[in-house]
Write a protein that binds this ligand. Structure first.
Ligand code: FES
Length: 105
């Protein structure tokens, strides 16, 4: 594993169930989520248009896009609800103490 690809993006307390947040690593906007106590990360920009998924509605492990209500599985990035057809990229997340790190290659 290349340690250089892990970026501290938040503290654990900033991420709460059903309240995703947006962070940026370099030029990459990322949405961070908590699902059943675990942390997940996806690209923040919907694959359908330019909407920010972190402003969408999270229900369990599904995020609903705020623009046209397309849905993705937060754990896998799979497009699960129209009009989205293209999956969203996911990123590895880990905790280091209270710090949240995301792997962006
Ligand atoms: S921009 Fe996300 S569903 Fe259209």
């Amino acid at each position: 594993m290349n340690e250089g690809n892990w970026h501290k993006v938040a503290t654990r307390a900033e991420i709460m169930e059903e309240e995703p947040i947006r962070v940026v690593v370099g030029d990459t906007p990322i949405a961070l989520y908590e699902v059943e106590g675990e942390l997940y990360a996806t690209h923040d920009v919907c694959t359908h248009a330019e909407a920010s998924l972190s402003e969408g509605i999270q229900e369990g492990d599904t995020i609903e896009c705020p623009m046209h209500s397309g849905c993705f599985n937060i754990r896998t990035g799979e497009a699960v609800g129209p009009p989205v057809t293209e999956d969203i990229k996911t990123y590895q997340v880990r905790l280091e103490g209270d710090d949240v790190l995301v792997r962006v290659d």
